[in-house]
Every structure is written in C-alpha cells, then in structure tokens.
Design a protein around this ligand. Sequence first.
Ligand SMILES: [Zn+2]
Length: 107
Amino acid sequence: MRDEFTTHEVWSLECQCCGRVWQEEYAVRHTADERGHEAVIWTQAGEPVQPPWSGVDCPGCGASKVSAFPQGGRLRPAAARVDAGSGRPPVETLYSPVPRKPPVPLY
Ligand SMILES: [Zn+2]
C-alpha cells in the first residue's frame, strides 16, 4: 500500500546577484515506494520542477545564485521582532527600599 499526500508550499527566493526577492508556489508530492523509502516530487502547475534551493534562476538577471527560504523565514524579521523595551517598569520600582537600621551605640 502506497502512502501518498501533497502539501502546498510557498517559498521566498532572494537573488544573491541583484537582490531581487520573489515567491514561488509549489505542490509537493510525498510518496513512498514499496520498501518505504520516501520520495519527494516538487511540482508547479502539475509539472515536476527542481526544488527551490536547487536550479532556480533569477527572473530579473538570470543569475543562478539564489537563496530560498520557506514562507515566514528570515525575509520578514521586523514582524517577528518584539520590542522588549516597552511596557517594562523602571528598574527602581522593582526593588522595595529597605529601611536603614538606626546605628546601635557600642557603649
Ligand atoms: Zn538577480
């Protein structure tokens, strides 16, 4: 019995040559042969294609030096960053002042 399913993936691609950033959509077929070895087939519009990290050329300048990131990867760092400086009370209020003991006379 063959186990097969398809996932839909969007990858962001960035050209290392001209800096162009674009996205590609893939339908990824996960299949297993009779021995249970997994086979992954990347397709676009039903046609097998190279996976995003291999063999993608920049549509702008044609360079093959292209980096690929899964959707939600490092291309959107600003949205994921939380401003840690806001909403925090000043350090002074975190410590309750300790009253000084009056000096004890030694004689
Ligand atoms: Zn380019």
